[in-house]
Design a protein around this ligand. Sequence first.
Ligand SMILES: Cc1ncc(COP(=O)(O)O)c(C=O)c1O
Length: 366
Amino acid sequence: MPSAVSARLPVFPWDRLEPYKATASAHPDGIVDLSVGTPVDPVPELVQRALAGAADSPGYPTVWGTPALRDAIVAWVTGRTGAVGLAHRGVLPVIGSKELVASVPAQLGLGPGDRVAYPEPAYPTYEVGARLARAEPVPYRGSPTELDPRGLRLLWLNSPANPTGRVLDVAELRAIVAWAREHGVLVLSDECYLELGWEAEPVSVLNPDVCGDSHEGLVAVHSLSKRSNLAGYRAAFLAGDPAVIGELLGVRKHSGMMLPAPVQAAMAVALGDREHVVEQRARYAARREALRTALTARGFTIAHSEASLYLWATRDEPCWDTVAELSKLGILVAPGDFYGAAGDRFVRVAFTATDERVAGAVARLA
Ligand SMILES: Cc1ncc(COP(=O)(O)O)c(C=O)c1O
């Protein structure tokens, strides 16, 4: 057995949640699982049809994707983020954004002595990517412009954020981009919740008000998992600095990191359609409002949460006490310390359950 890579990785203790899951599952009306953010609503019909229509795809797909897919990505990014001058050289499909987050530091050649910064609390895979590359993981609270730039090669942003739902505004993003460019730090901006703003309008790092008319040193990461209920398809993409995208394309070509051809066809159609996004947003908005009202009435304070698929809730007690109490009502939530010590008095409540399950949770909280 070669040296175990897994030993370098953080322990992500979903096992610790098991006893609470068992308690919640014992509720006579069954568990309401709000601990994970996995879509539960149907894949849009037109996307299913596009997938099926491309079922006869005997040849190898390419890592860069079909020209039709690249056209669809360029058109969507340009229309949705206001990015100027984006062309095929600035886009790259990836097999869901998680694999990219976990592998991009190594694929860019980072290693010992290099530092990778990411927010705290945060989606745990930023740290995983740093560790897989043997780079130094550097969690930051507050603004990344306070970081020591020495050795810092890669800076992760996540707006709207998981788990807090926080949105960085234009002024904050502009200041971060200016700082990163001044210090030669590559910015990777995870924008997979961009379409899910509720009380704030999320802005991309590629918006010219943030980055000017150049994408130098910037790559935005987007996913269709949440926007289009395509988590099961594995459909995401990068957009930004052609020099970085070109390097990643070169490396990923040699590793066979390609999307299946039917998924590429489905993704292009999904990007071209906005109606299903509006419909899905309406479902989430109703669930969010119902849960927010019920949690607030029960004494919770909701912090941030102006966007994304989560309510970041606290009763100013250790997160595991909150998890325990809610589990007795048959409701499972994620403890904030899963996302870093900064979350240890919060729980993350996902509103990705069905209307029926959300109504059940609301009744139990009353
Ligand atoms: C912040 C963030 N980034 C990336 C991902 C990965 O999404 P996917 O791999 O489905 O594109 C998630 C999933 O929950 C997430 O919350």
